[in-house]
Design a protein around this ligand. Structure first.
Ligand SMILES: *Cc1c(COP(=O)(O)O)cnc(C)c1O
Length: 393
């Protein structure tokens, strides 16, 4: 559900949730590194236990530092409340598990984050929960996959390799009419560039490890939704499975959020600039980026998103795996690593998944590289990339 009076972004990042008179007017909130909270009398004891999400009983439930973060995240996504978890995977698992029981069915956009697929394929299948992966670029495919026992429609728009999008308003309308809960992994866009709740999506999830924290030093998950939904998941999945965020990590994420709009803007502008350099380059065969003129869903992407951030993918032109490997090894300023959303620019090449025993390589061609552009000087990055591309000749 949307807040009708959305606070200003600057207000959210500087003030919202921060009750400075409670801690000596400190500008940065303290890390309340306490597992436990004492009650001065029985009235306070009873009051605290009447609502463990709003009051302070024990830090597996609500911790004051974590609470500041939750309030800011809910405001950023325009939802009534939010929860944080010890990882994005933890938030995703809690959202899905909280809305299924044995015999239910989940419809999921094909090619989601790998551990989301594993949750459905390997984990929930053990509990008689069925799933169907669909090509969500066409709402008719989604509609055709729905069954009488479907309780969850899971979206990831865009995903973080090839950026396929789903029509969020159409998905929300379709699901709502049948009482199906909609949820989306919104990590790609962050709340700065896309607010799915405004299109009617029920639960908005993030790997806060990426843009929200933004410094490659915390693993964190976020779940945003209505008060009712958040309370339900708090009382079941969060409290029983216990995948909570520590107060210290919460303070780091609060610090990360202060610069979120600035960091995204920098990544977005640098990525666009580098794409401009790669566009039409003789060693580039194809570019994947939601706002690229060649993107099949450009119109939908522009309707739902205000920007793209630092992720894009490229298929390079070469027939030689040796040359491709030499190209990858020649890049020195881009770090070869998973994850993204931090200060540092990264590459993840499909060819890296070849020849790993027991592992199936992703469906993208071996000339495919996923780039993440961080906060460095884009010209300094281009020097590195241009030099490395000599290996492809
Ligand atoms: C990283 C990632 C996740 C998982 O988040 P963790 O914080 O690593 O558990 C989920 N979805 C997307 C799109 C991601 O990039």
């Amino acid at each position: 559900m949307n807040n009708t009076n959305q606070p200003h972004l600057s207000d959210i990042l500087t003030h919202l949730g921060e009750d400075r008179k409670n801690y000596f007017q400190a500008i940065s909130p303290p890390v309340i590194q306490s597992s436990n909270f004492a009650f001065p009398d029985l009235a306070a004891f009873r009051e605290a236990f009447s609502d463990e999400l709003e009051n302070h009983v024990y830090s597996r439930g609500n911790n004051p530092t974590v609470e500041i973060l939750r309030k800011k995240l809910a405001a950023l996504e325009g939802t009534e409340d939010a929860l944080v978890f010890s990882s994005g995977a933890g938030a995703i698992a809690a959202a899905v598990i909280g809305n299924v029981k044995a015999g239910d069915h989940v419809v999921c956009q094909q090619g989601p984050y790998s551990w989301t697929a594993a949750l459905l394929r390997k984990f929930l299948s053990r509990f008689e929960i069925e799933h169907t992966f669909v090509d969500g670029t066409d709402i008719q495919h989604i509609e055709a996959a729905l069954r009488p026992n479907t309780t969850v429609l899971y979206l990831e728009s865009p995903n973080t390799m090839t950026y396929e999008c789903q029509d969020l308003a159409a998905c929300a309308a379709l699901a709502k009419a049948r009482g199906i809960v909609t949820m989306i992994d919104n990590s790609y866009s962050s709340p700065i560039y896309q607010n799915p709740a405004a299109f009617g999506i029920d639960i908005v999830l993030h790997s806060g490890t990426k843009y929200l924290n933004g410094h490659s030093d915390v693993v964190v998950g976020v779940l945003c939704g209505s008060k009712t939904m958040v309370k339900k998941i708090f009382e079941s999945e969060l409290m029983t499975l216990g995948g909570i965020l520590s107060p210290h990590d919460a303070a780091l994420v609060i610090r990360g959020l202060r610069t979120l709009p600035l960091r995204l803007l920098r990544s977005d502008e640098s990525a666009k600039w580098l794409i401009g350099k790669l566009d039409g380059h003789e060693k580039v065969e194809r570019i994947w980026y939601p706002f690229h003129p060649s993107f099949p869903q450009l119109e939908l992407a522009k309707r739902q998103m205000r920007g793209c951030g630092g992720l894009f993918s490229v298929k390079f032109k070469t027939d030689s795996m040796e040359k491709m490997e030499a190209f990858i090894h020649r890049m020195e300023r881009f770090l070869m690593a998973v994850s993204w959303g931090g200060h540092e620019s990264l590459i993840i090449p499909t060819i890296g998944f070849y020849n790993i025993p027991g592992r199936v390589a992703p469906p993208m061609p071996w000339q495919f590289v996923r780039f993440y552009i961080g906060l460095e000087d884009p010209e300094w990055l281009w020097e590195d990339l241009e030099r490395a591309m000599e290996e492809l000749s």
